[in-house]
Design a protein around this ligand. Sequence first.
Ligand SMILES: Cc1ncc(COP(=O)(O)O)c(C=O)c1O
Length: 454
Amino acid sequence: MLNSLRSRDMAYHFHSQTNPRRHEGDGPLVIAKGEGCYVVDELGNRYLEGMGGLWCASLGFENERLAEVAATQMKTLATYHTFNHRSNNPCVDVVEQVAELSPIPGSKVFLVNSGSEANDTMVKLAWYYNLARGKPSKRKIISRKGAFHGSTVMGAALGGLPHMHKSFNLPGLNVVFAEKPHFYKNGLPGETEEAYCDRLIADLESLIAAEGADTIAAMIAEPIMGAGGVVSPPAGYFPRVREILTRNDILLLSDEVVCGFGRSGNWFGCDTFGFVPDMMSIAKGLSSGYVPIAAAVIGDHVYQTVADEADRIGVFGHGFTYSGHPVTAAVAAEVLRTYREMDVPGRARELGARLFERLEAAIGNHPLVGEIRGAGFLAGIELVADRSARTPFDPALKVGALVERRCRAHGVMIRNMGDVISICPPFVMTMSQVDELVTGIAAALDDVTGEMAK
Ligand SMILES: Cc1ncc(COP(=O)(O)O)c(C=O)c1O
């Protein structure tokens, strides 16, 4: 008899990024409602959400203004499409606002439904652009080890996380991997950050020379790698990458799915790290995660070539039924208005300053903590077995997962990616909620230290 939400979920729901066999035994954590920056489970337990769900909920988990916009749009025009020259009012509103905020000159906005689709779209556009310029051999895409770019076939192929490749038997999609720019883990003993950056740049140049620039269409990169462990590049990395790619006629695609819309303390991660991409993908924060909407934002030089070629053929043969859906577009447009009123980049800097100050004070010298890093209101905590030698834990100990579980016991939701704890909270948090988040994390670390000493 399937008489509870949990048992019905266990019977019928094949979950994303979950161990299915473990789920059959453990079942789900059922979230029943949102209250500002908190979520409440079906048993009434409240959690302060330190991850915005999945790097998404910049405006928290309930918002009357957005609920009203969605309901009004549902009553006005509940659905329509944007194929064959059709448009609608909210769709125009959202693309105009994105283009105004975008750092890419002459931005054109191609609406899709997810970050994976946005990245797929950028890659297809890079191929289309090069073919139209008479360079069909420029097909390879450079990604980076540890990158996460989504779960569609191309998104997963671009990803540098082994569990997204192994077992799926993905076909070769011409993706080559550059090094993960992670000084803390990959810097050599005695190497300065500057020398490390020089080494990364030399590696990239060698990779391009070995593959042949005439075979490479684009490089994709997250300004701060999210799922790869909240990794910021060494100072000066991106401007130098930009210069190399321009010199080799290779497009630079910025995956702004996590970093976009204020997260790193500026509107986009590329603003924070000092580069202008040729295209960028946006998702998550675009709607505060409230509805599925995303986009590829395209520079004028790429657009003009693509538009000429599509005109010659008669149509640009790409797009989705729900691209520019009026309800998702209306919500995203209102989210962007709200962000602009709040000045989310400034808010991220203020909240982030408090978060990093409190983390340093509470756990900066904790025996389990190797590094606290991040930018804006986005943080990662590297857990290590030995702080001075930077020795990682044996992955079999699953220390990150233990900390995540203890955080929940203390009423705080974070995420562990292996032994890195990530923090990506809503921008509507109060300063005292930031303190509450840090207190919960510190208590969880103490619990795990105690358990390990037994
Ligand atoms: C950097 C990055 N790119 C792309 C994606 C894929 O987005 P989606 O799950 O909406 O397809 C994610 C999702 O977490 C992400 O973190």
